[in-house]
Ligand binder design. Structure first.
Ligand code: NAP
Length: 229
């Protein structure tokens, strides 16, 4: 199987490193080539000189450049003949309709990934152009299994999903920072505060899952009301 990646930044490198499998060949390209140096010696990773090279040698082509840079990639793709291969866009806010129009391709899939999929724990939303057959959808979903949960989602829900899931890790980091700052303010050493906060969050999630209780039950167990006087 040949997999292409156009743009190897946060998401492109996450996809490359998480989907990496010795049975696959990866054809990758990045605007700043020096970023790809660490992949140079890996036999199954080919650093390409052009988007055409990536497209023509890959069955699945992930496009992982920022939305403000994506039009130039679409334009280059639009000049290439459609083959038995599939474009998979990761760009926030770029709808299938626009990608199809600008690339002049029908085999188009949209995903909304998250950086935490690097440890196989994230949720990735996926939406297919309606011309893509049901049987084929399963093979794309199987390909992406190492990313964690793959959720087929109506495109109109992608914006809400992006805020919750793809931007979510940044909000989580913000909340954790606030807890740590609070802990430091009440006298704990920074490292100790961080350790306690991370373990409390991790433990609370695992506890909810293992005990199979809902959030209100956890709140009740921690803050069970005292006897009224
Ligand atoms: N980051 C997230 O958590 C997240 C979550 C969900 C969706 N997304 C989406 O994923 C996409 C990528 O985001 P990102 O955070 O990975 O951005 P990023 O870290 O900036 O990576 C984008 C990469 O694309 C490269 N690039 C730009 N133009 C190119 C071109 N014409 N040809 C080849 N490579 C090109 C850039 O090269 P340089 O090295 O020259 O900059 C950069 O390495 C975006 O569309 C974003 O909406 C991101």
């Amino acid at each position: 199987m040949e997999i292409g990646i156009i743009g190897v930044g946060n998401i492109g490198s996450m996809l490359l490193e998480t989907l990496y499998n010795e049975n696959y060949t990866f054809n990758i390209i990045n605007r700043t080539r020096s970023k790809l140096k660490k992949y140079e010696k890996i036999e199954s990773i080919k650093i390409c000189k052009s988007i055409k090279d990536v497209y023509e040698n890959s069955k699945y082509i992930f496009i992982a450049v920022k939305p403000q840079h994506i039009d130039e990639v679409f334009e280059e793709l639009s000049e290439l003949e459609e083959k038995e291969n599939y474009l998979i866009s990761t760009a926030a806010g770029k709808e299938l309709k626009e990608i199809i129009e600008k690339t002049h391709k029908n085999n188009v899939i949209r995903i909304m990934p998250t950086v935490i999929s690097k440890i196989g724990k994230g949720v990735t939303a996926i939406s297919f152009n309606k011309t893509i057959e049901k049987n084929f959808k399963k093979s794309v979903i199987d390909l992406m299994k190492p990313l964690g949960k793959i959720l087929e989602l109506d495109e109109e829900k992608f914006d809400a999903f992006t805020i919750l899931n793809s931007s979510g890790p940044a909000f989580v980091a913000f909340i954790l920072e606030s807890f740590i700052e609070g802990a430091i303010n009440i006298g704990l050493h920074a490292e100790t505060a961080k350790d306690i906060v991370l373990k409390t969050f991790e433990g609370s999630i695992k506890f909810l899952e293992k005990e199979e209780i809902d959030l209100s039950e956890l709140k009740y167990r921690v803050s069970s009301p005292g006897e009224s006087q």
